[in-house]
Design a protein around this ligand. Structure first.
Ligand SMILES: [Zn+2]
Length: 482
């Protein structure tokens, strides 16, 4: 089987006139891809040519039918996971694609996703959707299935997830709840009833919240839903009881504690978005998380190889209260070049609320796509300071690149501006998620009420990035003035 497939990315298909004609005739860019695959399949009849039906090629073509030795690798990456695929809008769009492909092919491979890729060690209660989804695949003559979960140690309930998915792949008509119970009884022993309750309560919390479960979520998305304060308290009590139940059984105690890391991480992520935290308690939890990750050999917290040690170091510097408070806290933002529409809702406060974003761009971060950004901060009155620093996100996998440059200028009257300085960013090709500050410090303190922040974007993704030729994002979350 030889894979000949499009790259990642939402709009990376050819837009020349000839190709566009094919898309129109076929009702989907998949038309051009399948026509090409059929030519390859004809040329190499003893091979199977596998191609992704993914993002812009998820929906099948209207006319051309894939040859039997063309394998359709159908991906449901954009779907939400809180309910089975048949039960929400994103899922139904996929089901429509699945039924379309199954009408023209018997050679379908489903690539399914079942963990949070940006926060792998965080709560992902999707056990109630596994069985119905696998049944759906089977009904539509899917003969191969890749369930992308458990990429590395410590991902949410990875042992049970592997067990249940494995069992359901053999036979999707077994009782999924019995599978969960039998796994828990065997693996967690006397702790099983508490962890079973934990799973069920969280599932209820998720469904009752009406919030989507997404593979690029942040736990922060669920802080008023399945991870609200009352529920987290309940989860912690259940884990305390679970640990107590196996206190004299070190192997099972380890298993319970390993499974608890998702909850601890989720709580830490939510804690950094609250200003009224018991800092000593958060620090204690952070130290415990660090120590447990070391003990269990957790290497990475996300798909981008960010290590727990680095996370904990950064957390201390970035999220725990610092001695000196930013003079831009609560400053009013006057927009010159606004961020992308999706981010305008939070943009007025997110840049000066004193809260830094995490590794997921979905909360706290404000994004611009392909264009420069600029705004003025009004500190409310003249203040003395000697440094200005805007904080940026580097996350290549999401097409979020550092800008070229950030320039600061200052004013007392919002009429005449004096240069304060600028910061140029070095190009960074590392796959890890990073936070990079563009800091400018003056020799002597200055006085000003207004600070103008102008960001020169890089515009298009560069040649070495797979989004080449398409706009790159830059994301900013906070401007700190000291
Ligand atoms: Zn073309």
């Amino acid at each position: 089987m030889i894979s000949v497939s499009q790259n990642d990315g939402n709009n990376t298909f050819c837009t020349c006139e000839n190709c566009r004609k094919v898309y129109e005739e076929e009702g989907s860019p998949a038309g051009a891809y399948i026509r090409f695959m059929n030519k390859l399949a004809e040329r190499f009849p003893d091979k199977e040519i596998s191609t992704l039906a993914y993002l812009f090629t998820m929906h099948p073509p209207k006319k051309v039918k894939p040859l039997p030795n063309v394998n359709i690798m159908l991906c449901d990456i954009d779907c939400m996971r809180e309910v089975p695929l048949t039960d929400n809008a994103s899922g139904r769009d996929f089901v429509k694609a699945l039924e379309g492909w199954s009408a023209i092919s018997n050679n379908i491979f489903v690539w399914d996703y079942g963990i949070n890729f940006d926060n792998m060690v965080s709560c992902f209660p999707n056990f109630h959707v596994l069985q119905k989804n696998i049944q759906l695949f089977k009904k539509n003559h899917v003969t191969m299935h890749f369930s992308q979960v458990n990429g590395s140690k410590g991902t949410d309930f990875s042992e049970m997830r592997a067990y249940m998915i494995g069992k359901l792949m053999w036979n999707p008509y077994q009782n999924a709840d019995s599978l969960m119970r039998s796994f828990m009884d065997g693996y967690y022993g006397a702790a099983a009833p508490y962890l079973y309750q934990y799973q069920k309560i969280m599932q209820g919390g998720l469904l009752a919240s009406g919030t989507n479960l997404w593979i690029y979520d942040s736990p922060v998305t669920h802080k008023n839903g399945m991870l609200n304060d009352q529920l987290c308290k309940t989860y912690d009590e259940l884990f305390d009881q679970a640990e107590a139940a196996v206190a004299s059984d070190p192997v099972r105690l380890d298993r319970v504690q390993l499974s608890r890391l998702s909850l601890i991480y989720s709580e830490l992520e939510i804690a950094r978005t609250k200003t009224n935290q018991d800092v000593a308690k958060v620090r204690q939890q952070l130290d415990y998380f660090r120590q447990q990750c070391r003990k269990f050999g957790i290497k990475s917290l996300n798909e981008r190889s960010n290590a727990p040690e680095d996370y904990c170091d950064l957390y201390e510097k970035r999220f725990l209260p610092q001695a000196e408070k930013s003079k831009a806290l609560g400053a009013k933002v006057i927009w010159l070049q606004k961020p992308g529409e999706r981010y305008q809702k939070i943009a007025d406060t997110a840049l000066t609320d004193g809260l830094f974003g995490g590794t997921t761009f979905v909360e706290s971060w404000v994004g611009w796509e392909g264009v420069d950004g600029s705004f003025i901060l009004d500190l409310g009155e003249e203040k003395e300071f000697s440094s200005v620093e805007a904080d940026f996100l580097h996350q290549l996998g999401q097409w979020i690149l550092l800008p070229e440059k950030v320039t600061y200028s200052i004013s007392t009257d919002n009429q005449t501006y004096q240069p304060f300085g600028s910061f140029s960013f070095a190009e960074d090709r590392a796959p890890q998620v990073k936070f990079v500050g563009g800091k400018v410090t003056s020799d002597k303190p200055v006085k000003a009420r207004y600070i103008k922040v102008e960001v020169d974007a890089i515009g298009m993704c560069p040649a070495w990035h797979y989004g080449v030729g398409h706009p790159a994002w830059f994301f900013m979350d906070e401007v700190t003035v000291l």
